[in-house]
Design a protein around this ligand. Structure first.
Ligand SMILES: C[S@@+](CC[C@H](N)C(=O)[O-])C[C@H]1O[C@@H](n2cnc3c(N)ncnc32)[C@H](O)[C@@H]1O
Length: 260
């Protein structure tokens, strides 16, 4: 007896009705070289429930089709918050460190971007459980978010913690921290805003230091022009823990956007 096969899922459709889109920017803003692999991953029932319920309120698909008003994005029942300083975190993974930093700094909005569906559900659930009204979760390529959807000089900070190291030489072009990305980031940051990167991959740390030091738009907060000692306010991230278990050294880099 022939068994009917389930209809193939349209890959552009969200897995969760009303949840994050599978490919929010579609071919409008196709970037050939991406710094991430598409990561749908296995979503737990709790993460799925959080995505279904909280995405419409706190989620943002990076479709590259409109400019975002950050005051509106971070609106609460009391109304929009046009004066809220907003930091962008690119690649929050499972979001534990993001939620901890948001809880420690309720007067700052955290716009957290990743493509990782289970992590998006996890961060939404953490935000709700901890009563955080200063976290918004963006789904898709953060480069499209920066380039198409954020206004010039709109961000008060940028965090890139443990970006994919892409260790193979032929993959180096996929690394996020490159001169072109830093130039774009500089246009979206306010003067005085901090760009904070961390990595456990030594050659990538060296690349970050080189690229950031060469940018006329940023000044190293370290007078000696080197790495920043690990700041207390950055919690241990999941990826960092895995790197430390392997004996990797972790480097932080904190640069300030100057007036140029
Ligand atoms: C190595 S993981 C680190 C996650 C987390 N920061 C941690 O330390 O545990 C890097 C994350 O960055 C995300 N990512 C890489 N490039 C991205 C991009 N252009 N836009 C959004 N997310 C990106 C990946 O999906 C992945 O979840």
């Amino acid at each position: 007896m022939e068994r009917a096969l389930p209809a193939p899922r349209d890959r552009s459709e969200p897995i969760f009705p009303g949840g994050p889109a599978a490919d929010p920017a579609g071919s409008h803003h196709e970037r050939r070289i991406r710094s991430f692999r598409p990561r749908r991953g296995r979503v737990t029932p709790g993460q799925g429930e959080a995505l279904r319920r909280l995405w419409p309120q706190w989620g943002l698909d990076i479709d590259g089709l409109r400019r975002i008003d950050l005051g509106e994005l971070f609106a609460t029942e009391a109304g929009p918050r046009p004066d809220l300083p907003v930091l962008l975190e690119i690649g929050f993974g499972m979001g534990e460190a993001t939620a901890q930093m948001a809880a420690a700094d309720p007067g700052t909005g955290i716009l957290a971007a990743d493509v990782h569906t289970p992590g998006q559900g996890n961060l939404l659930a953490l935000a709700e459980r901890n009563g955080l009204d200063n976290v918004r979760v963006a789904n898709g390529d953060a480069i499209i978010l920066l380039r198409e959807m954020l206004a010039p000089a709109s961000l008060s900070g940028l965090r890139v913690f443990f970006p994919d190291p892409w260790p193979k030489k032929r993959h180096h072009k996929r690394r996020l921290i490159q001169p072109e990305f830093i130039e774009l980031a500089a246009t979206r940051l306010k003067p005085g805003a901090l760009l904070h990167c961390a990595t456990d991959w030594e050659p990538y740390a060296e690349q970050m230091l080189e690229v950031l030091s060469a940018s006329p738009a940023f000044d190293n907060t370290q007078a000696d022009g080197g790495y920043t000692p690990r700041p207390d306010f950055r919690p241990l991230t999941k990826f960092e823990g895995q790197g430390l278990d392997k004996g990797h050294l972790v480097h932080d880099l904190i640069f300030r956007r100057n007036d140029t």
